[in-house]
Design a protein around this ligand. Sequence first.
Ligand code: XMP
Length: 326
Amino acid sequence: TWTTTNVVEESVAAIREQVGTKRAICGLSGGVDSAVAAALVQKAIGDQLTCVYVDHGLMRKGESEQVEKDFVAATGVQLKVVEAEERFLTALAGVSDPEEKRKIIGREFIRVFEQAQAELVAEAGAAGEAVEFLVQGTLYPDVVESGGGTGTANIKSHHNVGGLPDDIEFQLVEPLRRLFKDEVRMVGQELGLPDEIVHRQPFPGPGLGIRIVGEVNKERLDLLREADAIAREELTAAGLDRDIWQCPVVLLADVRSVGVQGDGRTYGHPIVLRPVSSEDAMTADWSRLPYDVLSRISTRITNEVDQVNRVVLDITSKPPGTIEWE
Ligand code: XMP
Protein backbone atom coordinates (compact mmCIF):
# COMPACT_ATOMS: atom_id res chain seq x y z
CA THR A 1 0.00 0.00 0.00
CA TRP A 2 1.03 3.56 -0.68
CA THR A 3 1.87 5.46 2.47
CA THR A 4 4.43 8.20 2.82
CA THR A 5 6.19 6.13 5.48
CA ASN A 6 6.59 3.24 3.03
CA VAL A 7 7.75 5.56 0.27
CA VAL A 8 10.38 7.09 2.55
CA GLU A 9 11.60 3.69 3.80
CA GLU A 10 11.81 2.20 0.31
CA SER A 11 13.55 5.25 -1.10
CA VAL A 12 16.09 5.31 1.70
CA ALA A 13 16.92 1.63 1.13
CA ALA A 14 17.21 2.13 -2.64
CA ILE A 15 19.46 5.19 -2.26
CA ARG A 16 21.77 3.35 0.15
CA GLU A 17 21.98 0.46 -2.27
CA GLN A 18 22.75 2.74 -5.21
CA VAL A 19 25.28 5.08 -3.59
CA GLY A 20 27.04 2.66 -1.26
CA THR A 21 29.97 4.39 0.40
CA LYS A 22 30.52 6.98 -2.34
CA ARG A 23 29.67 10.66 -2.09
CA ALA A 24 26.80 12.62 -3.65
CA ILE A 25 26.08 16.25 -4.52
CA CYS A 26 22.68 17.96 -4.73
CA GLY A 27 21.86 21.44 -5.95
CA LEU A 28 19.19 23.26 -3.95
CA SER A 29 17.01 25.85 -5.68
CA GLY A 30 14.74 26.85 -2.81
CA GLY A 31 11.95 24.83 -4.43
CA VAL A 32 10.13 21.83 -3.01
CA ASP A 33 11.48 19.17 -5.41
CA SER A 34 15.18 19.67 -4.81
CA ALA A 35 14.56 20.10 -1.08
CA VAL A 36 12.65 16.83 -0.72
CA ALA A 37 15.10 14.94 -2.92
CA ALA A 38 18.00 16.25 -0.82
CA ALA A 39 16.23 15.45 2.47
CA LEU A 40 15.57 11.87 1.34
CA VAL A 41 19.17 11.34 0.29
CA GLN A 42 20.41 12.94 3.51
CA LYS A 43 18.26 10.51 5.50
CA ALA A 44 19.76 7.64 3.53
CA ILE A 45 23.46 8.50 3.43
CA GLY A 46 23.95 11.39 5.91
CA ASP A 47 27.26 13.17 5.55
CA GLN A 48 28.09 11.45 2.29
CA LEU A 49 25.81 14.12 0.77
CA THR A 50 26.77 17.75 0.26
CA CYS A 51 24.23 20.28 -1.02
CA VAL A 52 25.10 23.34 -3.06
CA TYR A 53 23.03 26.52 -3.04
CA VAL A 54 23.83 29.30 -5.48
CA ASP A 55 22.49 32.59 -4.12
CA HIS A 56 22.05 34.63 -7.30
CA GLY A 57 20.58 37.61 -5.49
CA LEU A 58 17.29 37.25 -7.39
CA MET A 59 15.36 35.43 -4.67
CA ARG A 60 12.43 36.84 -2.74
CA LYS A 61 12.71 38.20 0.79
CA GLY A 62 13.66 35.49 3.28
CA GLU A 63 14.04 32.69 0.73
CA SER A 64 17.80 32.27 0.93
CA GLU A 65 17.52 32.15 4.72
CA GLN A 66 14.90 29.40 4.35
CA VAL A 67 17.48 27.29 2.54
CA GLU A 68 20.59 28.33 4.46
CA LYS A 69 19.07 28.16 7.95
CA ASP A 70 15.68 26.43 8.12
CA PHE A 71 16.41 23.62 5.67
CA VAL A 72 19.78 22.94 7.26
CA ALA A 73 18.23 22.99 10.73
CA ALA A 74 15.49 20.56 9.67
CA THR A 75 17.78 18.09 7.91
CA GLY A 76 21.30 18.56 9.33
CA VAL A 77 22.59 18.55 5.77
CA GLN A 78 26.07 19.81 4.83
CA LEU A 79 25.60 22.88 2.68
CA LYS A 80 27.98 24.83 0.48
CA VAL A 81 26.56 28.30 -0.19
CA VAL A 82 27.92 30.28 -3.11
CA GLU A 83 27.24 34.01 -2.79
CA ALA A 84 27.01 35.11 -6.40
CA GLU A 85 24.80 38.19 -6.31
CA GLU A 86 27.49 40.53 -7.56
CA ARG A 87 28.43 38.23 -10.38
CA PHE A 88 24.81 37.93 -11.57
CA LEU A 89 24.10 41.65 -11.26
CA THR A 90 27.26 42.49 -13.18
CA ALA A 91 26.29 40.05 -15.94
CA LEU A 92 22.77 41.52 -16.06
CA ALA A 93 23.81 45.18 -16.07
CA GLY A 94 22.24 47.15 -18.90
CA VAL A 95 20.09 44.23 -20.12
CA SER A 96 16.32 44.73 -20.58
CA ASP A 97 15.40 42.05 -23.10
CA PRO A 98 13.58 39.15 -21.35
CA GLU A 99 15.17 36.34 -23.39
CA GLU A 100 18.59 37.90 -22.99
CA LYS A 101 18.08 38.07 -19.22
CA ARG A 102 16.99 34.44 -19.08
CA LYS A 103 20.02 33.36 -21.11
CA ILE A 104 22.44 35.27 -18.93
CA ILE A 105 20.94 33.99 -15.67
CA GLY A 106 20.90 30.40 -16.95
CA ARG A 107 24.45 30.60 -18.22
CA GLU A 108 25.87 32.17 -15.05
CA PHE A 109 23.97 29.69 -12.91
CA ILE A 110 25.46 26.69 -14.69
CA ARG A 111 28.96 28.15 -14.51
CA VAL A 112 28.78 28.94 -10.81
CA PHE A 113 27.14 25.61 -9.96
CA GLU A 114 29.62 23.56 -11.96
CA GLN A 115 32.55 25.35 -10.42
CA ALA A 116 31.21 24.60 -6.92
CA GLN A 117 30.68 20.97 -7.95
CA ALA A 118 34.19 20.69 -9.33
CA GLU A 119 35.60 22.13 -6.12
CA LEU A 120 33.72 19.57 -4.04
CA VAL A 121 34.92 16.76 -6.28
CA ALA A 122 38.50 17.99 -5.95
CA GLU A 123 38.23 18.33 -2.15
CA ALA A 124 36.79 14.83 -1.79
CA GLY A 125 39.46 13.47 -4.11
CA ALA A 126 42.17 15.02 -1.95
CA ALA A 127 40.63 13.22 1.03
CA GLY A 128 40.73 9.91 -0.84
CA GLU A 129 36.98 9.84 -1.54
CA ALA A 130 34.98 9.78 -4.73
CA VAL A 131 31.97 11.89 -5.64
CA GLU A 132 30.11 9.81 -8.17
CA PHE A 133 26.48 10.79 -7.73
CA LEU A 134 24.36 13.81 -8.54
CA VAL A 135 20.93 14.07 -6.90
CA GLN A 136 18.09 15.48 -8.98
CA GLY A 137 14.48 16.20 -8.05
CA THR A 138 13.00 14.72 -11.22
CA LEU A 139 9.26 14.00 -10.79
CA TYR A 140 7.14 11.36 -12.50
CA PRO A 141 5.57 13.83 -14.95
CA ASP A 142 9.11 14.91 -16.03
CA VAL A 143 10.05 11.26 -16.56
CA VAL A 144 7.02 10.64 -18.76
CA GLU A 145 7.56 13.84 -20.71
CA SER A 146 11.19 13.02 -21.48
CA GLY A 147 10.58 9.42 -22.54
CA GLY A 148 11.56 7.66 -19.34
CA GLY A 149 15.33 7.48 -19.67
CA THR A 150 17.68 7.67 -16.72
CA GLY A 151 21.42 7.84 -16.60
CA THR A 152 24.38 10.05 -16.23
CA ALA A 153 25.17 13.73 -16.33
CA ASN A 154 28.32 14.93 -17.92
CA ILE A 155 29.60 18.07 -16.32
CA LYS A 156 32.29 20.02 -18.10
CA SER A 157 34.06 22.67 -16.14
CA HIS A 158 34.71 25.85 -18.10
CA HIS A 159 37.09 27.28 -15.59
CA ASN A 160 40.78 27.49 -15.38
CA VAL A 161 40.90 26.81 -11.68
CA GLY A 162 44.06 24.98 -10.77
CA GLY A 163 43.66 21.33 -9.83
CA LEU A 164 40.01 20.94 -10.80
CA PRO A 165 38.94 18.01 -12.91
CA ASP A 166 37.80 19.42 -16.24
CA ASP A 167 35.28 16.74 -17.12
CA ILE A 168 33.26 14.97 -14.43
CA GLU A 169 30.72 12.23 -14.99
CA PHE A 170 28.01 11.61 -12.41
CA GLN A 171 25.46 8.85 -11.95
CA LEU A 172 22.04 10.35 -11.30
CA VAL A 173 20.12 9.70 -8.08
CA GLU A 174 16.46 10.56 -8.68
CA PRO A 175 14.43 9.55 -5.62
CA LEU A 176 11.23 11.33 -6.75
CA ARG A 177 10.94 9.63 -10.16
CA ARG A 178 7.76 7.79 -9.22
CA LEU A 179 6.04 10.64 -7.42
CA PHE A 180 3.59 13.37 -8.35
CA LYS A 181 3.90 16.86 -6.90
CA ASP A 182 1.32 16.37 -4.13
CA GLU A 183 3.06 13.15 -3.09
CA VAL A 184 6.40 14.97 -2.99
CA ARG A 185 4.86 17.50 -0.61
CA MET A 186 3.56 14.68 1.60
CA VAL A 187 6.99 13.07 1.70
CA GLY A 188 8.54 16.46 2.53
CA GLN A 189 6.12 16.85 5.41
CA GLU A 190 6.90 13.35 6.65
CA LEU A 191 10.60 14.25 6.59
CA GLY A 192 9.92 17.28 8.79
CA LEU A 193 10.68 20.02 6.28
CA PRO A 194 9.36 23.53 7.06
CA ASP A 195 5.88 24.36 5.69
CA GLU A 196 7.27 27.34 3.77
CA ILE A 197 9.33 24.92 1.69
CA VAL A 198 6.83 22.04 1.46
CA HIS A 199 3.94 24.27 0.36
CA ARG A 200 5.90 26.77 -1.65
CA GLN A 201 4.11 27.98 -4.76
CA PRO A 202 5.94 27.79 -8.09
CA PHE A 203 8.71 30.33 -8.51
CA PRO A 204 10.75 30.67 -11.72
CA GLY A 205 14.43 29.71 -11.75
CA PRO A 206 15.48 33.17 -13.04
CA GLY A 207 13.71 34.60 -10.00
CA LEU A 208 12.92 38.29 -9.69
CA GLY A 209 15.20 38.94 -12.66
CA ILE A 210 12.23 38.28 -14.93
CA ARG A 211 9.77 40.21 -12.75
CA ILE A 212 11.42 43.56 -13.33
CA VAL A 213 10.33 44.95 -16.69
CA GLY A 214 13.46 46.86 -17.61
CA GLU A 215 17.03 46.63 -16.38
CA VAL A 216 17.76 44.64 -13.25
CA ASN A 217 19.76 46.25 -10.48
CA LYS A 218 20.08 45.94 -6.72
CA GLU A 219 17.91 48.95 -5.90
CA ARG A 220 15.05 47.70 -8.07
CA LEU A 221 15.38 44.17 -6.68
CA ASP A 222 15.18 45.46 -3.11
CA LEU A 223 12.12 47.50 -3.96
CA LEU A 224 10.39 44.56 -5.64
CA ARG A 225 11.34 42.27 -2.74
CA GLU A 226 9.53 44.62 -0.35
CA ALA A 227 6.39 44.80 -2.51
CA ASP A 228 6.38 41.05 -3.04
CA ALA A 229 6.80 40.36 0.67
CA ILE A 230 3.78 42.55 1.45
CA ALA A 231 1.61 40.81 -1.15
CA ARG A 232 2.62 37.38 0.13
CA GLU A 233 2.08 38.39 3.74
CA GLU A 234 -1.45 39.64 3.06
CA LEU A 235 -2.40 36.65 0.90
CA THR A 236 -1.20 34.30 3.63
CA ALA A 237 -2.98 36.29 6.35
CA ALA A 238 -6.21 36.05 4.31
CA GLY A 239 -5.78 32.27 4.06
CA LEU A 240 -5.58 32.35 0.27
CA ASP A 241 -2.29 30.53 -0.34
CA ARG A 242 -3.88 27.20 -1.23
CA ASP A 243 -6.58 28.84 -3.39
CA ILE A 244 -4.26 30.50 -5.83
CA TRP A 245 -1.60 28.85 -7.97
CA GLN A 246 0.84 31.72 -7.53
CA CYS A 247 0.88 35.50 -7.56
CA PRO A 248 3.82 37.04 -9.38
CA VAL A 249 4.47 40.63 -8.29
CA VAL A 250 6.05 42.64 -11.09
CA LEU A 251 7.88 45.97 -11.09
CA LEU A 252 7.40 48.11 -14.19
CA ALA A 253 10.76 49.79 -13.81
CA ASP A 254 10.62 51.53 -17.18
CA VAL A 255 7.17 53.03 -16.56
CA ARG A 256 6.47 56.08 -14.43
CA SER A 257 3.22 57.75 -13.54
CA VAL A 258 2.23 60.80 -11.56
CA GLY A 259 0.88 60.44 -8.07
CA VAL A 260 0.24 62.44 -4.97
CA GLN A 261 1.64 61.15 -1.72
CA GLY A 262 2.17 62.86 1.60
CA ASP A 263 2.68 66.53 0.90
CA GLY A 264 3.48 66.46 -2.77
CA ARG A 265 3.53 65.17 -6.29
CA THR A 266 5.39 61.95 -6.98
CA TYR A 267 6.59 60.40 -10.20
CA GLY A 268 6.95 56.73 -9.36
CA HIS A 269 6.71 53.18 -10.68
CA PRO A 270 3.71 50.84 -10.84
CA ILE A 271 3.65 47.41 -9.24
CA VAL A 272 1.56 44.73 -10.99
CA LEU A 273 -0.21 41.96 -9.09
CA ARG A 274 -0.67 38.81 -11.16
CA PRO A 275 -2.67 36.33 -9.06
CA VAL A 276 -3.64 33.23 -11.06
CA SER A 277 -5.47 29.98 -10.57
CA SER A 278 -4.34 26.98 -12.58
CA GLU A 279 -4.09 23.20 -12.62
CA ASP A 280 -0.73 22.82 -14.34
CA ALA A 281 0.43 26.30 -15.45
CA MET A 282 -0.24 25.42 -19.10
CA THR A 283 -3.41 27.47 -18.91
CA ALA A 284 -4.48 29.82 -16.14
CA ASP A 285 -7.21 32.23 -15.16
CA TRP A 286 -6.80 35.40 -13.15
CA SER A 287 -7.88 34.88 -9.57
CA ARG A 288 -10.92 36.76 -8.35
CA LEU A 289 -9.31 37.89 -5.12
CA PRO A 290 -11.52 39.59 -2.51
CA TYR A 291 -11.51 43.39 -2.93
CA ASP A 292 -10.60 43.97 0.71
CA VAL A 293 -7.44 41.85 0.34
CA LEU A 294 -6.47 43.67 -2.87
CA SER A 295 -7.13 46.95 -1.15
CA ARG A 296 -4.90 46.12 1.82
CA ILE A 297 -2.07 45.02 -0.48
CA SER A 298 -2.38 48.22 -2.53
CA THR A 299 -2.49 50.52 0.49
CA ARG A 300 0.47 48.85 2.14
CA ILE A 301 2.64 48.73 -0.97
CA THR A 302 2.10 52.39 -1.84
CA ASN A 303 2.65 53.43 1.79
CA GLU A 304 5.60 51.22 2.58
CA VAL A 305 7.56 50.86 -0.65
CA ASP A 306 9.66 53.76 -1.75
CA GLN A 307 9.16 54.96 -5.35
CA VAL A 308 5.96 52.99 -5.88
CA ASN A 309 2.85 55.14 -6.22
CA ARG A 310 0.46 52.82 -8.06
CA VAL A 311 -0.65 49.17 -7.84
CA VAL A 312 -2.42 47.57 -10.79
CA LEU A 313 -4.14 44.19 -11.17
CA ASP A 314 -3.49 41.93 -14.16
CA ILE A 315 -6.85 40.47 -15.27
CA THR A 316 -5.57 38.47 -18.25
CA SER A 317 -6.05 34.73 -18.57
CA LYS A 318 -3.41 32.40 -20.07
CA PRO A 319 -3.61 32.31 -23.02
CA PRO A 320 -3.19 34.98 -24.22
CA GLY A 321 -1.02 36.25 -21.38
CA THR A 322 1.68 34.05 -19.86
CA ILE A 323 1.75 33.84 -16.07
CA GLU A 324 5.09 35.64 -15.82
CA TRP A 325 5.56 38.96 -17.57
CA GLU A 326 8.88 38.00 -19.15
P1 XMP B 1 4.52 31.14 -17.94
O1 XMP B 1 5.02 32.53 -17.65
O2 XMP B 1 5.22 30.49 -19.10
O3 XMP B 1 4.88 30.28 -16.67
O4 XMP B 1 3.02 31.10 -18.10
C1 XMP B 1 4.39 28.98 -16.42
C2 XMP B 1 4.91 28.51 -15.09
O5 XMP B 1 6.31 28.29 -15.14
C3 XMP B 1 7.00 29.13 -14.24
N1 XMP B 1 8.21 29.58 -14.92
C4 XMP B 1 9.43 29.06 -14.72
N2 XMP B 1 9.86 28.10 -13.87
N3 XMP B 1 12.06 28.39 -14.68
C5 XMP B 1 11.17 27.79 -13.84
O6 XMP B 1 11.59 26.94 -13.06
C6 XMP B 1 11.70 29.35 -15.56
O7 XMP B 1 12.53 29.87 -16.30
C7 XMP B 1 10.31 29.70 -15.57
N4 XMP B 1 9.61 30.60 -16.30
C8 XMP B 1 8.32 30.49 -15.89
C9 XMP B 1 6.04 30.25 -13.91
O8 XMP B 1 6.31 30.83 -12.63
C10 XMP B 1 4.72 29.53 -13.97
O9 XMP B 1 4.48 28.79 -12.78
